[in-house]
Design a protein around this ligand. Structure first.
Ligand SMILES: [Zn+2]
Length: 84
């Protein structure tokens, strides 16, 4: 599966050594708990889902929904399509 890696960066400039948990907040934010490879600090990264998407793909996300279920799901998390 093709995907873009979500950029994670500690305040020391280090990247993740280990991801210890990924989930979503009730406010539709993605929450990633990880440990920095450089300073070994535990870091919690929280981003609104669309902002995280934009960080991966740069700019406004362009999406295609293959099925009505895909479209309903994407609508439910706040995604808008170019034809809307
Ligand atoms: Zn660090």
């Amino acid at each position: 599966m093709e995907y873009r890696r979500f950029p994670l960066s500690c305040e020391c400039g280090g990247g993740p050594k280990q991801i210890s948990g990924i989930g979503f907040s009730v406010n539709r934010e993605i929450v990633i708990h990880w440990r920095c490879a450089r300073c070994h600090k535990r870091v919690c990264t929280v981003r609104p889902l669309l902002e995280a998407w934009s960080e991966c793909f740069g700019g406004r996300p362009l999406l295609t929904a293959d099925t009505p279920d895909d479209r309903r799901f994407l609508h439910s998390i706040g995604v808008k399509f170019a034809d809307e």
